[in-house]
Design a protein around this ligand. Structure first.
Ligand SMILES: [Mg+2]
Length: 377
């Protein structure tokens, strides 16, 4: 089965709430969730779908950069390639866009990777989890993302999540230590018996992070996500030795070579897996294997994924099993999608679908019309 055609379809999905990172809004309400959809067609007519939906405040890719990278550099070297040679497809993409500390524009590459996996699984007549060769779980508990400026607002967001049946809450911190601590206390008070953890998105200095780790640990928090900048290996190691909490790395764990270096330097005990930040399922599954074999905790997450990235993540996380509820907050923030029928859920557990491929049906008419995003290039 050869890749015959790849089409790019930029779309915009409206969002109902803003997720604020230390650098500012991950996306404003007017920007919405901007996505470059990839429709890949093989020479036997099999179709696979992928997507890239970056946040320029989270990593170094944008809607425009993913579009131009796909169009100008990646797609031209993929036409005619054997779709089953996924390693070869990644090698060809890495020849065009060089990897560095991260896999080199991983979100653009992940769009291709998702489409290829979807196409291959459809051709084989199996779902993605079966293709991955592991079936630890058939459902993934989801976490509710809590991003709000003060304790009162935090309590309200947590109550919203509880009312919808969520049992896990990830609280965005990294802005202001005193307010962050008050916010964490409010979140934990509003959600007794639930799993609540902070994510600083690299927002603290080392001395702030050490103080916050002590304070969070005293509250009974078990997990602290990416407290300090991704390049501070010394700091990550020092943090680990200062607390019994799991310090999990997210922005620092974008590429396999850097992750191996962190393991060698005894600077990592937990890993946040995101399919798109690592360049797609090809690398995300390797990262899960590496983490499991190295005895690291594994936490499933995403980048406010739309249904393709969301359900690919669900199938991967269910294949390996995760240690905390997964922060797949796309459905929480987006008020519309491009599906013909909704993905299955049981309360706030995402269910693995058994249909061939990653497991969704795209409303192609809406993608080409109502949801279309005009890019000015
Ligand atoms: Mg994170």
């Amino acid at each position: 089965m050869k890749i015959e055609h790849i089409e790019l379809l930029p779309i915009r999905l409206p969002i109902g709430s803003v997720l604020t990172l230390p650098r500012g809004a991950s996306r404003t309400l007017s920007e919405g969730k901007q996505i470059i959809l990839v429709k890949m067609t093989a020479d036997d007519g099999t179709v696979g779908w992928g997507e890239a939906g970056p946040s320029r405040r989270w990593s170094a890719e944008s809607t425009y950069s993913t579009y131009t990278t796909l169009k100008e550099y990646l797609i031209p070297v993929l036409i005619g390639r054997n779709a089953f040679d996924i390693a070869g497809i990644h090698a060809a993409m890495n020849t065009e866009i060089a990897p560095g500390l991260d896999p080199g524009q991983p979100i653009a590459k992940a769009a291709i990777d998702l489409a290829v996996h979807d196409m291959v699984c459809k051709r084989l007549g199996i779902n993605l989890q079966t293709y991955l060769g592991a079936a630890a779980l058939d459902r993934i508990p989801l976490a509710y993302l809590v991003s709000a400026p003060n304790p009162d607002a935090i309590s309200k967001v947590v109550e919203e999540g509880l009312a919808q049946g969520y049992q896990g809450f990830k609280v965005k911190v990294g802005h202001n230590p005193d307010m962050d601590l008050a916010n964490m206390k409010a979140a934990m008070a509003a959600a007794p018996g639930c799993i609540v953890w902070p994510d600083a998105n690299q927002g603290y200095s080392l001395d702030q992070a050490l103080r916050m780790a002590r304070a969070f640990e005293a509250l009974g928090v078990e997990l602290f996500e990416q407290p300090i900048p991704m390049t501070d290996v010394y700091g990550m190691k020092k943090l680990l030795s200062s607390t019994t909490m799991n310090i999990s790395l997210d922005e620092a764990a974008m590429g396999i070579p850097y992750l191996i270096e962190l393991i060698r330097r005894e600077a990592v005990e937990g890993l946040v897996i995101k399919v798109n930040k690592v360049g797609g399922l090809f690398y995300a599954r390797q990262m899960c294997d590496l983490a499991r074999n190295a005895g690291l905790k594994v936490i499933g997450s995403g980048l406010m994924d739309a249904p393709i990235g969301y359900h690919a993540s669900v199938q991967l996380f269910a294949a390996y099993g995760m240690d905390f509820p997964a922060d797949l907050n796309g459905p929480q923030h987006m008020s519309d999608d491009y599906l013909l029928k909704p993905l299955p859920k049981d309360k706030q557990n995402a269910l693995v679908t058994t249909q061939p491929g990653i497991g969704y049906e795209i409303d192609e008419d809406r993608v080409r019309n109502d949801l279309k995003l005009e890019l000015h290039i």
